[in-house]
Every structure is written in structure tokens, then in C-alpha cells.
Write a new protein. Structure first.
Lengths: 293, 279, 429
């Protein structure tokens, strides 16, 4: 018996996809759908859950604690994105090139990017310990600055956890910028030289426009990472003090797992999910617009 | 125009500053882990005053860091291998075949990248608990429960698809003329050509799986199967454990990532850029 | 690389697909303890197995315990019984996963202190757990520091304040650096630590959390008494006499502060006697009753309890194990004397067990005496946990801001707690 290979050609891609589809379906899609269904219930952990329609979603709209968390998240996202991009850009300009010593420095500063967040958080808690003998406080002391409260001070805590994210992101972003720098047409620089442009003008008129795609990527990545920030906060301040570092995800986690209000937590999560998807689509649309003009 | 001495000096200073800012803290925890004297909370030493291996030995033997390290390695090695294999197969179909539904499949897979894992943790737990179809056993409380859910990872499917797309058609056509089947083309022609990309997805997968906290937390209720991140958290609340020992275990937990990064650094950067530029 | 894969896959095969088949006489038990208690627990379970032939499958989790329980409840995979804080009973009841205990039919149940039984009595008058251990809190002081600076053992808030100040400002460790602090406080809102710590002060000042009116309650924090207690704590924090990280600290953070000699006053339970005797050392610490506030002396009492899960098919075995745990033998073994491990029984809930006869360290007696005389449990409401969390959030907020209006803050907490009481159906009109 011979099989006509052409008759079965349509099946080939699906056979290759099959393992992935099985794994994605069973461990991702099924839980997502189940979670979505739960967001319409008041989930009881034993016994029958109770259908509540859109009540969980309505509650999210009027939940003051959630709104405060959303506000903190927004501050977090915007500052980590902007500062992370600009500082990484500056570092990339310094560390551009193929010379051995530059490559060594690049490798060395990459450590925070490949270390577990849980460990980075511990490092941060040690560095920013608020006693006068804490590492950062000792350094500040050299400049005559008194000991700071850092993560124990509601006015500084958010800033300190933002700093952690920036610290971790700079190396990542730097690599993207360096690749972007390597891709810029050398002739543009030469032309600018002929025109007698100053280094700053070259930076502004050649480098920055040439890096537009890199900026776009860096910004998008930090937006997505920022909105779902969890471990960085949960393991350093736990959302405190006085809720100063509470973000959307830590709020969801506490609602779901401390207060066991799982249906509501699921509803808020899907709002966040929808928001991230919209943001991504908006980004793509804007990018395409810009590319066309 | 050669840089003046002053410019060189300034450059050197900037390099030094960068290295201090990004590596200094790591130096601090390593030095502290080797120091015999107990540190107070919030303190690091610059150089161990009385160097000792005691904290590492205690962490390794008494805290049983070796066991958790072994668990982490089992999960991360098998997980990364399966993840890369499954992603490569899927990427082959998505990159090299035109078929109805390809766009939908891509979109659906990509959408999972946006979803925070915490959201699906309870439904996922229920699924880990349920008996698997066909085989009829539950994988809960086993290595499999920590591995199988991360086998499907959109990011690595996505990167490999991009790279496979870039392989010229004629190579594939030539192989086909020679009578090669699909599997042979995949294995002999395409895979070797995207080796660097496989390196990238391997290291990203490695770091991603190594960092997993929530999955091992919900997948096993059995201390013998804990992975390093889960144990670190439990040690964090251990009020009796000495700071230096905790720091030593932290160092033990960091070393594998650093080693893998140093070994696969080139692929890592390439993958990061590919993921970025094509995203 | 190949070898690694081979070893790894062999390991996977052997462990991964062996679904845990449970023998008929295996009892699955989860406890909120950590590795420090493991040796004691292993000894107990082995002894129990030897006596009864029942094997115990024990799982210890000192983090995320409730989260694991909730998931297990959802996945219908709860253990047969658990040991957890007695205060968690309300939440367990709320989740509907705990079984009623017939106090009269529990062998040896009549030998347990009444006050301990009360910690597992629900508002419906039924019992849903069995107490296994109790404890009160006392204050640990760096004796060497205190004597060096020439201060008496603090008896009042004023003494306590002055001692905290001296420990911070007068360089008690004599290293010439201003690197020591007075009172170590865990004031994080996480898991309700702030409330857990401040309860002592509130009661010492004459305040209370809830006012009982018949079978119902109303939140009663916004009083001059409670304000005095919060203000006392805030003064210590804002003047820098508490450890600097107090406001975000849990007990996981505070113990090392005291043990490493960064601060000299620490309020904690008897389970810390052994580790703190090792570091900073037995000779340099002393255990004293909490200094009295304006309304006298008071401190928190709490305890652990065993709960049988509603879904169990081994109720009789679970009961047998609990009977063993609360028996004289079980209680004595639980104290773990000589095992080098932390005790799971702090103060015995069994009338016939005298902790001072078992524990070699005489300061256990201090705790036992406090428990018997001035210690108080948290109020009994259907579910105390959400209230503990809310009050903690509120306290943490007030303490984080040195210039905020304390009474206004307390008023806000009252409003939130009353709303929760209404949810639980026990708000007094």
C-alpha cells in the first residue's frame, strides 16, 4: 500500500505544530479560559461557587485601593521606562565598539540582568538598609548626607524599587542600543563631519533618529514588564510602607491569595491583560504610522 | 584624532564606575559569604576579614542546598531541552509552511506572552491535579509538574520562527530534490542553520525556567522537590538562620546563571537583539 | 552534556511518574512549621507510628501555607489534618474545609486548659480544632548593655522609652559608633504583623480592638487609650529609637536585628530562648514581663491548633494523632528538649505538663507565668484574619507618617473594620 504524499501535504505543518499546540492548550489556554470563567463568580474553595455576572468587574471600577495601586504602577512604569531607556542609551554610547576592554566591561555589567529577581531583591534590601551603617547610607554619609529611610520611608520607597528595575534593565536595553548603533549607516556620520557638525549635533541628528527602532523596542518591552511588575515589589517592600509601593499585581496577589477573593482577583487580572494587549496593538499601529510617513 | 591622556583617563573612570555600580553589590555578597564574622542586617563586607568556607559548607550540607540545586538543574535542563525542541518544531511549521490558520495560531500563541502567570495559577493548579488524558495519572507533586507547563513558551517559538524564515528557500528545495522528507529537512537543513538562534533560546529558556517561583510553588507540596527560588523564600523567613549562611546560599543559587551566561554570551546578545529588532 | 541528560531523565522517570499511592493507614498532615522544627516532628511521628502502626506523611511549609491550603481545597486534595495558628480557624470555617470536633469524645480533652479550648471555639459555640500549643510574649533585653549604661529593668513605658533612647544614643556596645538601636519592632502590614505587635501596647494603654455588645461587636479603636499606645510606638519610630527598618519589618527581619547586636530590646515568644541564647548569648540576655502601660500589664497570647479537614476519610486516625499530640507524652516530646530543634509545643495546653520541669531554661517559667496571669487572646469573631489585616494596614499607615492625625487614622480603621464585621454578620447596631 502506498500513500500519496501530496494528499497528506496539508497535514505536515500541523504535525510539526502538534506538540506545541498540545502544551499550549493544556497548560495555557485551558487555564486562561477557566480563569476567565472564574472572574464571573464569587469563588468558594469548597462547595458551589456563586455566579455574580459582571459584579467583580464593576467592583474594580470603584475600588479605591486598586486605583491607588494603579496610580503607583503608572508612576513606576513611566519612570522605569524613561530612565531605563535614557541611561541605557548613554551607557551604550560609552560601551560601543569591539575593543576587548569594552567587551569585558559589557560582560561585567550584565550580571544583574541574568540574576534571579528574588536574589536581586535581597541584594537591594541589604544595600538600601535604612540604618546609618547600611551600604548606601554609608556612601551617602561620605558626602555629608544623613541616613535615609529608603524603603521604610513612604516618600522614598517607590523610588528605591524603581531604581532596582532600572538597574536590572539598563544592561538589557544597552545591548539593544549597541546593536542599533552598529546598524547606523557610517556615511551619515561622514556626511555630518563634512558639514562640520559638532558631536552633539551628530548625536541629535544622526544617532538618535537612527536608533528610533531600538527606542521603540526598549520602550515597549519596559512598558509590558512594568505593568505586570510583581516579584520586584513583593520581595522587597511587600507593597508597604503604608501602601506606598502597592502595584496592580501585588494588589491582585493579595486579593487572590491572602484574602482568597479569587473571582475578583481574576477579574482585575483580565482587565490588566486586556489593557496590555490594547497597549501592544496601539504600539504596533503607531509604529506602522510612523514608518509610513 | 587620537584621544588625549585626559580623555582616556575619563573613559577609564566611567568604565570603573559602571563596573562598580553593576558588579559591586555582587562582590559584596560573595565577600560576605566567605567572611567568618556574622554581619548585621544591611551590612556587606568588602573583603572577608577571616575567610572561611563554613557558611557554604553549612548551606550545602545542613540547609541541603545541593538537593534544591539538583532539583533546579533537573527542571531547568529537561525543561530547556523540551522547550527548545517543541518550539523549533512549531517554528518550522510557522516559518516554512503556508497553511490555513497559520496567522491565527501565531496570534494565539503570542497572546500568552502578555498574560501574567499569577492570573492562571489556580486554574493551572487544578489542571496539574487532574489526571492527564490518556495516561491517566496526575503529575502533581513531581518534576513533571514543574517542567511540562513551561514547555510551551511563546518567546522561543517567536525567535526561532524569525530565524527560520531567514533561511533561503533554495537550500530546502535542493534537499527536497535529493528526496529528503520533512523531518530530514527540519533536522539536517534548517536546524543546523539556526544553531545560533537555538543557543539564544536555550539561554533565555534557561534563565526563565531558573527564575520560576510561582510554578514550583503550586506544582509541588513536598519539600524534597523544592527548587532554589522556593527554598530561598522559605529561608528568608527563617529567623534563626545566620545572615551569612543565607547569603552563601544566595551565591550558590546565582552561580549557574552566571556560568551559563558566560558560556553562551554571544548567543544571548544575538537573541536579545533578534527578539528586539523583529519585535 | 549527554550524561547529564541521561541522569536527569532517569531521575525524572523515577520520581516524576510515580503518583503517590496512599496506603490505607497513612495520614496526610500539613503544618505551618519550617525546617527548624523538623527534628522534633520526625521524632513525634515516628513514636506515633511505632505505637499505632499509622504512617504519617508530613509536609511542612512556613511560607504560603494558606495559599497552598486554598489551592488544595479548590483541587480537592486537602490533607487529612493540619496544624496552624489557632486564629486561622475563622478563615478555615469560611472556606468550609474544617470539621467540627466533639470536645467530649476526645480522649484526654478534659485535661486541656479551658482558656486554650476557647481559642478554637467558634461563635456558634462549637469547637473546630484542638489546641496543641500556647504561648505568651515577653520582652528580651540585652542585659550587658543595660547594666553597662546603668539602667534598671524597665517596669513602665517610661522606663522602656528611656532605655530605648539610651541604647540608641549612649553606644551600649562601646564601639564608638552610633550603630545601635533600642526597641525592635515588626510593623509591616504583611500578614498583619503590625497588629500582632501593637496589641500589647494597645491593651497596656487600656484600649481594645472590639467592643462586644451581646453576640455582636463594634470596632472601638478610636479612643484616647489606643491613640496613646499608637503614639508611644510612633514616638519610638520617629525619634529613631526603634530599628530603622521597623516600618517594613516582619519577624523574619527583626530577629537578626536583635541577635546580631544591632538593637537591645525585643518582644517575642519563648521559642526564641534557645536561638537567642546561642547568639547574642545566654549570659547577655534577660527575659522580663512587658513593661506596664497606663492601664497596667497585658500581652498577647496565642497558640497553635490541629484542625481536621472536612474532606478526610481518616477522621479516626486524625483524632488518634491529635490525642497523641495533646497527651502528656506528646506535649513533652513537642518541647523538643535535647533535640537541638525548635519546639512545636511552647507552653503546654495540658494541665498535667509543667513546662518549668521540662525546659532546662528557667525563663520558660516567665512565659508560663505571663500566660497564666495577664496574657490575652485576640477577640473572638467569626473571622479575625481580615480584621487583623485591615488594622495592620491602618496602623502601618499611621506609623509611617510622623505628623499624621492619629485619631483620624484610627477612625478610618474603625470604619473599615465595622464594614467587615457587617460582612461577617456580627456588627452591633
Amino acid at each position: 500500500m502506498s500513500i500519496d504524499p501530496r494528499r497528506w501535504r496539508w497535514a505536515a505543518p500541523w504535525l510539526f505544530l502538534a506538540p506545541a499546540l498540545v502544551f499550549f492548550t493544556w497548560f495555557k489556554f485551558v487555564p486562561i479560559v477557566k480563569g476567565l470563567i472564574m472572574s464571573f463568580y464569587k469563588v468558594k474553595f469548597s462547595g458551589q461557587s456563586q455566579w455574580v455576572g459582571f459584579a467583580n468587574y464593576e467592583r474594580a471600577l470603584s475600588d479605591a485601593a486598586l486605583h491607588a495601586a494603579a496610580w503607583n504602577t503608572l508612576i513606576y512604569v513611566i519612570s522605569t521606562t524613561i530612565a531605563g531607556a535614557l541611561l541605557a542609551f548613554a551607557v551604550a554610547l560609552v560601551l560601543e565598539g569591539q575593543a576587548l576592554h569594552v567587551r569585558i566591561v559589557r560582560t561585567a555589567i550584565f550580571f544583574p540582568a541574568v540574576t534571579s529577581v528574588a536574589i536581586l531583591a535581597e541584594v537591594w534590601r541589604i544595600l538600601f538598609y535604612p540604618a546609618a551603617g547600611g551600604v548606601v547610607n554609608s556612601l551617602l554619609g561620605l558626602f555629608g548626607v544623613g541616613p535615609q529611610g529608603f524603603m521604610s520611608d513612604p516618600n522614598q520607597a517607590l523610588f528605591v524599587v524603581i531604581l532596582l528595575q532600572i538597574w536590572k534593565n539598563i544592561p538589557y536595553n544597552m545591548v539593544i542600543f549597541i546593536a542599533g548603533l552598529a546598524g547606523i549607516n557610517r556615511e551619515l556620520y561622514d556626511a555630518a563631519d563634512v558639514d562640520g557638525a559638532s558631536p552633539l549635533r551628530k548625536l541629535w541628528h544622526v544617532t538618535v533618529p537612527g536608533l528610533a527602532p531600538a527606542f521603540s523596542v526598549v520602550i515597549m518591552l519596559s512598558l509590558i514588564r512594568g505593568f505586570r511588575v510583581f516579584t520586584e515589589i513583593y520581595t522587597t517592600t511587600g507593597g508597604g510602607p503604608a501602601g506606598a509601593t502597592e502595584t496592580i499585581m501585588t494588589n491582585i496577589f493579595k486579593t487572590g491569595f491572602d484574602r482568597l477573593d479569587y473571582g475578583y482577583a481574576a477579574a482585575v487580572s483580565f482587565l490588566l491583560f486586556a489593557f496590555t494587549v490594547i497597549l501592544t496593538i496601539a504600539h504596533v499601529v503607531v509604529k506602522n504610522r510612523l514608518a509610513r510617513t | 584624532m587620537r584621544p588625549t591622556f585626559l580623555q582616556k583617563l575619563a573613559r577609564g573612570a566611567v568604565y570603573l564606575l559602571l563596573v562598580i555600580v553593576f558588579c559591586g553589590p555582587f562582590w559584596g555578597i560573595v565577600a560576605t559569604a566567605f567572611d567568618k564574622n556574622t554581619v548585621q542586617p544591611g551590612q556587606l563586607v568588602f573583603w572577608p576579614s577571616v575567610p572561611t568556607l563554613d557558611h557554604f559548607i553549612y548551606g550545602w550540607v545542613k540547609v541541603k542546598a545541593w538537593l534544591y540545586l539538583f532539583n533546579s538543574l533537573v527542571v531547568v535542563i529537561i525543561g530547556t531541552f523540551l522547550q527548545t525542541l517543541v518550539s523549533a518544531l512549531a517554528a518550522y511549521a510557522l516559518a516554512r509552511k503556508r497553511f490555513r490558520g497559520a496567522a491565527v495560531v501565531t496570534l494565539v500563541i503570542l497572546s500568552t506572552m502578555m498574560l501574567p502567570d499569577e492570573v492562571i495559577s489556580i486554574p493551572l493548579y487544578l489542571i496539574l491535579h487532574a489526571k492527564l488524558p490518556i495516561i491517566g495519572v496526575s503529575i502533581y507533586n513531581s518534576y513533571a509538574a514543574m517542567i511540562l507547563p513551561i514547555v510551551g513558551w511563546a518567546f522561543s517559538v517567536f525567535i526561532l520562527t524569525e530565524f527560520m524564515r531567514a533561511v533561503p528557500r533554495d537550500l530546502e528545495d535542493a534537499a527536497r530534490v535529493d528526496g529528503a522528507g520533512e523531518l530530514q529537512i527540519f533536522w539536517r537543513v534548517i536546524l543546523p542553520l539556526v544553531k545560533p538562534a537555538l543557543g539564544s533560546t536555550t539561554i533565555f529558556g534557561f534563565l526563565m525556567i531558573w527564575d520560576q517561583y510561582l510554578l514550583p510553588l503550586i506544582a509541588v507540596d513536598k519539600r524534597e522537590l523544592y527548587t532554589i527560588p522556593v527554598v530561598l523564600r522559605s529561608l528568608r523567613v527563617d529567623e534563626i538562620l545566620q545572615q551569612n549562611i543565607f547569603i552563601a546560599v544566595t551565591v550558590i543559587a546565582t552561580v549557574p546563571c552566571i556560568i551559563v551566561y558566560l558560556l553562551l554570551q554571544k548567543q544571548f546578545n544575538r537573541g536579545l537583539i533578534a527578539g528586539a529588532v523583529k519585535g | 552534556m549527554k550524561i547529564t541528560y541521561a541522569v536527569a531523565s532517569a531521575a525524572l522517570m523515577s520520581v516524576a511518574f510515580v503518583s503517590s499511592v496512599q496506603a490505607a493507614d497513612t495520614l496526610k498532615v500539613w503544618m505551618r512549621y519550617g525546617e527548624n522544627e523538623k527534628a522534633v516532628l520526625d521524632a513525634i511521628t515516628q513514636e506515633f507510628s511505632k505505637e499505632t502502626g499509622v504512617t504519617i506523611d508530613l509536609f511542612l511549609a512556613n511560607t504560603d501555607f494558606e495559599t497552598r491550603l486554598a489551592r488544595a481545597a479548590a483541587g480537592d486534595s486537602l490533607p487529612d489534618m493540619i496544624i496552624n495558628d489557632a486564629t486561622s480557624m475563622g478563615q478555615l470555617l469560611d472556606m468550609g474545609i474544617v470539621k467540627e470536633i466533639d470536645r467530649a469524645s476526645l480522649k484526654g480533652g478534659d485535661q486541656l486548659y479551658d482558656v486554650a479550648w476557647q481559642s478554637v471555639e467558634a461563635v456558634d459555640g462549637k469547637y473546630y480544632g484542638v489546641p496543641t500549643s500556647a504561648q505568651a510574649f515577653a520582652v528580651f533585653i540585652r542585659k550587658d548593655w543595660r547594666e553597662k549604661l546603668g539602667y534598671p529593668v524597665p517596669k513602665t513605658w517610661e522606663d522602656l522609652f528611656n532605655l530605648s533612647k539610651a541604647f540608641t544614643e549612649d553606644d551600649p556596645d562601646g564601639d564608638g559608633k552610633a550603630d545601635t538601636y533600642g526597641y525592635v519592632m515588626p510593623l509591616s502590614a504583611t500578614r498583619g504583623y503590625a497588629t500582632w505587635f501593637l496589641a500589647d501596647l494597645i491593651w497596656q494603654a487600656g484600649g481594645k480592638f472590639l467592643e462586644q455588645k451581646g453576640a455582636a461587636y463594634v470596632s472601638s479603636l478610636d479612643t484616647p487609650e489606643t491613640a496613646k499606645a499608637i503614639s508611644f510606638a510612633r514616638d519610638l519610630v520617629c525619634k529613631g529609637f526603634a530599628q530603622p527598618s521597623a516600618i517594613t519589618a516582619t519577624t523574619g527581619d527583626t530577629t537578626p536585628v536583635f541577635s546580631s547586636g544591632q538593637a537591645g530590646i525585643y518582644r517575642t515568644g519563648p521559642y526564641h530562648l534557645a536561638p537567642l541564647s546561642k547568639e547574642p548569648g545566654r549570659a547577655v540576655i534577660e527575659v522580663v514581663p512587658p513593661p506596664a502601660g497606663p492601664a497596667g500589664q497585658a500581652e498577647l497570647a496565642e497558640g497553635e491548633a490541629a484542625f481536621i479537614m472536612a474532606s478526610t476519610r481518616h477522621e479516626d486516625l486524625a483524632k488518634k494523632f491529635i490525642e497523641f499530640l495533646v497527651s502528656e507524652k506528646g506535649q513533652e516530646m513537642g518541647m523538643g528538649v535535647g533535640t537541638g530543634s525548635s519546639p512545636i509545643v511552647r507552653l503546654s495546653i495540658n494541665k498535667n505538663v509543667d513546662v518549668t520541669k521540662i525546659q532546662p531554661d528557667a525563663d520558660w517559667g516567665t512565659f508560663a507565668k505571663l500566660y497564666a496571669t495577664s496574657a490575652r487572646y485576640f477577640p473572638r469573631v467569626p473571622n479575625w484574619k481580615p480584621i487583623r489585616q485591615m488594622t495592620s494596614d491602618g496602623f502601618n499607615k499611621i506609623l509611617s507618617d510622623c505628623s499624621s492625625d492619629i485619631r483620624a487614622g484610627l477612625g478610618e480603621i474603625d470604619a473599615a473594620v465595622n464594614e467587615e464585621l457587617a460582612n461577617q454578620g456580627v456588627l452591633a447596631r
